[in-house]
Design a protein around this ligand. Structure first.
Ligand code: ATP
Ligand code: MG
Length: 183
């Protein structure tokens, strides 16, 4: 699976619909302080199912919705769409019947989030598992936050093991086992 396109609407500072085409090879995002570079990476993490607002530098999940500026009123919803190129058919089996996977997460103020996969409503868990199985989820080692390298070095063995398991793509098995044990 390859990231192909990212679209932000009303997400943090990206109030107007903003499309990013992610070309093959290395992509760099450059710009002055406060222009939205970190917001962009957070949008990626958010659409992949991040459900801890603290990971989004927010004090509630509604804080990801554009909160208004001098010239523009606040919005009541935010949406991030991620398009994955699955033409190599490398998505986890449950999702592997399409060349393109389009994942959308939308949040309405005070209503929480909804997710869609290729236009069909799905649970947050479905999206989280899709990425956990592909070892690229919101908490995976594929996204390295500022200060995270230091955290890994000083982590306790159990915590470090979890990071390695996520990298190996078996992180999703733990939550499935936990669910199975609850049944
Ligand atoms: P740096 O180079 O300092 O790391 P950056 O390019 O990573 O900067 P971000 O942290 O992505 O910048 O963006 C910060 C900007 O986003 C701030 O101006 C902040 O006010 C704005 N912002 C964050 N959340 C919202 C929101 N909900 N509504 C409107 N603007 C927001
Ligand atoms: Mg930043």
């Amino acid at each position: 699976m390859k990231f192909d396109k990212l679209r932000l609407v009303g997400f943090k500072s990206f109030v107007e619909p903003t499309d990013f085409a992610i070309q093959p090879g290395l992509t760099g995002v450059v710009g002055p302080n406060g222009c939205g570079k970190s917001n962009l990476v957070e949008a990626l993490r958010w659409v992949m199912g991040e459900n801890a607002y603290k990971q989004m530098r927010a004090s509630s999940m509604d804080d990801v919705i554009f909160s208004g500026s001098g010239a523009r009123p606040a919005r009541n919803h935010a949406e991030v769409m991620l398009v994955l190129d699955n033409s190599a058919r490398t998505a986890p089996a449950a999702f592997n019947d399409c060349d393109v996977l389009e994942i959308t997460r939308r949040i309405e103020r005070e209503q929480g989030s909804t997710y869609k996969l290729n236009g069909r409503e799905v649970r947050a868990r479905d999206v989280q598992l899709l990425f956990a199985d592909a070892s690229s989820g919101a908490r995976s080692p594929a996204l390295v936050r500022q200060g995270q390298i230091g955290e890994i070095i000083s982590a306790k063995p159990q915590a470090r093991r979890r990071i390695l398991e996520e990298a190996a793509g078996i992180g999703g098995l733990h939550s499935r086992r936990h669910e199975a044990e609850l049944r």
